[in-house]
Design a protein around this ligand. Structure first.
Ligand code: SAM
Length: 692
């Protein structure tokens, strides 16, 4: 077989460079639209060790980790895959959004993690793109069911290479179609070459014969409709012959109603229907006797299914910014395109996967067509856009938002220690290696355990981690403390663990140690300020902990460790920035006897560092920062259950600022409010309410 070779396809021992194979456990960070009863049922089933009900899944993560992590559960089980991978250099990650109640809009430039993905794909030009694409396709092939299908959406930049890679992974003869989708014509270089106006969809089946395919019919063209020129009381129709050339000896060659077909035409003819069917057609008035006394079948326009859809699709228009389905995502594809693919290549209840969700078109259409779906994207905006889009579907079935959270970080942290697990670090595994177990990727011995941080023997790896983060934060490491790890500009610095959110307990320990340290030793604090760096923060952290610290006369700031620190190239380039948590104020009012709680957003403050200048000047009031907010009325310190939400859409930019909930039972409830701001970051706030 002809093979495409690129630099990096084979390692120095001549083995194919295979995809990373890690099975990291997914963390459910949010449930959406799940009723209290569903939630209880899920908890009970889980407690009894029974398999919980299916939930569609929106996953925030890089496909490089997500796809191998799906394999243990879904290998051979996905019925349809549609991917629309980045292929138009650079355009895929920026995001234009408008500022509510202002005429301003701004383009959110790609985050460093998104730029990293871009570099993963294009960093070494076509060689790295092809390796990236090949690794994606190998995993997708394993996920696909035997009768499954995949559609790969590309354009002229790479489609010719992709086809050869897909042939290699799927095997020869598995390409079913090369579909040309005529989108709008791009008006660049029109004076030197033909206007570029189409994308290509490569459609492969996993097996030569078996893939699900439901024939789709398209509208007749006006010229085809003209053939239905005759009219009777039932409508417009055309006629088609009931006989064809060639004499036959069976019943189709016998005379019917006095017409001897065998003696007609040059070499005789035969009937295309058996005599009893011809009788039935005659009874049903579906036969027209023409002027020569020959019967013809009537074919009515309103009963015709339409024309078989070909591999040239020019009847689906590209989304323009005014289109009602537009969510403002630059690379958003039309729902009609996905509708055609999903209807043709899957059935109700089937599982559809798209690992480049973008604005969530695949999941949205799969949901509307009653398919199950899994979709992922590494972009924060993609996940947020998809979540809002799905919420706009009436009666959306419950779904979960997941990520790989601490496991992805642990896998990364393990690479910082000497002698890291080669399976985590090495993406140069021999093809066919077994999937690494989840267990082996929980590097608990390497993870900082809060109390012992920076002191004990297991500290090697954890010290490396802490030093690494301190270095990125431009802080100097200090020794002799368990909870204080560095100093920067006179402020002490604490580095949160990769495994767990910074909690109130951590803050107490930091404060106690800080008080003890004042005035003693060479690294003793010289001011009363501490920067607490964390990957995640316990819900109540920002305000409560800050207040607690202030009461102890300590100024505490909480800064998020960006995911970008896991990208070596980003860290080498010194692009890393740590942003302070936003602050949210919510006012609860509990009605005297009605078990009614009114929640009102009263303030939201984003620390200025993260914000583009033009946005800062356009924003006049705190509400304009908020794009979406949701409430979990009875949080059990587990996943955030999105029970109510208000959000802005392109059509309706208003945001409800107050909401009322009536509890069925008296008691004390933990209420969690989650805000997503126009920059795509989320902030949560927890409150306790007591109803009588
Ligand atoms: C062309 S867009 C998909 C658009 C989508 N079909 C729609 O209709 O909105 C490609 C998407 O792939 C995502 N992406 C790029 N590299 C990725 C990776 N390594 N893992 C997951 N998502 C990735 C980008 O964030 C972007 O949203």
């Amino acid at each position: 077989m002809t093979e495409l070779i690129w630099d990096g396809k084979y390692d120095k021992d001549g083995r194919k460079t295979a995809p990373l194979r890690v099975a990291l456990p997914f963390q459910t960070v949010e449930t959406v639209n799940e009723s209290a009863a569903d939630r209880q049922r899920t908890l009970n089933m889980f407690a009894q060790g029974r398999e919980t009900e299916w939930r569609n899944r929106l996953i925030w993560g890089d496909k490089k980790y997500v796809l191998p992590s799906l394999l243990p559960e879904f290998a051979g089980k996905v019925n349809l895959i549609y991917i629309d991978p980045p292929f138009n250099v650079g355009a895929d990650f920026s995001f234009t959004t408008t500022i509510p109640d202002s005429d301003e809009s701004f383009t959110k430039e790609p985050s460093i993690i998104e730029q990293k993905a871009y570099r993963d794909t294009w960093g070494r030009g076509m060689d790295s793109y092809l390796q990236w694409f090949y690794e994606t396709v190998v995993l997708l092939h394993e996920l696909l069911a035997e009768d499954g299908s995949i559609y790969v959406h590309l354009d002229w930049h790479v489609v010719h290479y992709a086809k050869i890679v897909l042939d290699e992974v799927f095997g020869p003869g598995l390409l079913k179609n090369e579909v040309v989708w005529k989108r709008s014509a791009i008006a660049t270089s029109v004076s030197t070459q033909w206007r570029n106006s189409h994308d290509t969809l490569l459609f492969y089946g996993k097996d030569t014969a078996d893939n699900v395919f439901n024939v789709q019919y398209g509208e007749y063209s006006e010229s085809s409709k003209k053939h239905y020129s005759r009219i009777d009381e039932r409508g417009s129709f055309r006629t088609v012959p009931l006989m064809a050339s060639g004499r036959t000896s069976g019943i189709s060659g016998q005379p019917w109603r006095g017409i001897d077909v065998a003696n007609r035409g040059k070499n005789g003819m035969h009937w295309l229907k058996s005599p009893d069917i011809l009788e039935q057609l005659e009874k049903d008035k579906l036969i027209l006797w023409n002027s020569e006394g020959i019967p013809e079948l009537k074919y009515y326009l309103d009963e015709a299914k339409g024309v078989y859809v070909s591999d040239f699709w020019d009847d689906i228009t590209v989304i323009n910014s005014m289109a009602s389905e537009s969510v403002g995502y630059a690379t958003q594809k039309p729902e009609a395109l996905l509708e055609r693919i999903i209807k043709a290549s899957s059935n109700e209840g089937d599982l559809v996967l798209d690992c480049f969700a973008g604005s969530g078109t695949t999941a949205t259409v799969a949901e509307k067509l009653k398919r199950r779906w899994i979709t992922c994207d590494l972009g924060r905006f993609a996940i947020h856009t998809t979540r809002k889009r799905l919420l706009g579907i009436p009666e959306i079935t419950p779904f979960v938002v997941q990520n790989l959270g601490k496991y992805e970080r642990q896998a990364w942290q393990a690479t910082l220690s000497p002698g890291p697990s080669p399976k985590v670090r090495g993406e140069q595994e021999k093809e066919g290696n077994a999937t690494q177990t989840t267990q082996s990727l929980r590097p608990s011995p390497l993870s900082p355990s809060p109390g012992g941080r920076g002191v004990g023997g297991e500290g090697q790896a954890q010290r490396r981690y802490i030093e690494f983060i301190l270095q990125l934060f431009n802080a100097k490491p200090i020794s002799g403390y368990a909870w204080l790890h560095g100093v920067r500009g006179g402020r002490m610095v604490h580095v949160g663990s990769v495994d767990a959110p910074v909690s109130l307990g951590d803050v107490t320990n930091i404060a106690i140690e800080f008080r003890k340290a004042v005035g003693s030793g060479k690294d003793a604090p010289t001011s009363n300020s501490i920067d607490v760096l964390g990957w995640d923060f316990a819900f109540e952290m920002n305000e409560v902990a800050r207040q607690q610290a202030a009461a102890a006369n300590i100024q505490m700031r909480f800064l998020r460790i960006p995911r970008d620190v896991m990208d070596k190239r980003a860290t080498d380039s010194g692009e890393i920035r740590f942003f302070e948590l936003a602050a949210l104020e919510v006012e609860p009012t509990v009605a005297a006897r009605k078990r009614e709680v009114v929640l009102k957003l009263t303030n939201f403050v984003i620390p200025p560092d993260d914000v583009p200048e033009e946005v800062r000047t356009a924003i006049k009031s705190w509400e304009q920062w908020i794009d979406y907010w949701a409430v979990d009325w009875d949080n059990k310190s587990d996943t955030f259950h999105n029970e109510w939400q208000s959000y802005r859409t392109r059509k309706d930019k208003t945001l409800q600022k107050q909401v009322t909930n009536t509890y069925e039972q008296p008691g004390e409830y933990r209420v969690v409010v989650k805000v997503i701001d126009i920059l795509g970051n989320d902030t949560t706030k927890t409150l306790m309410v007591r109803v009588q």
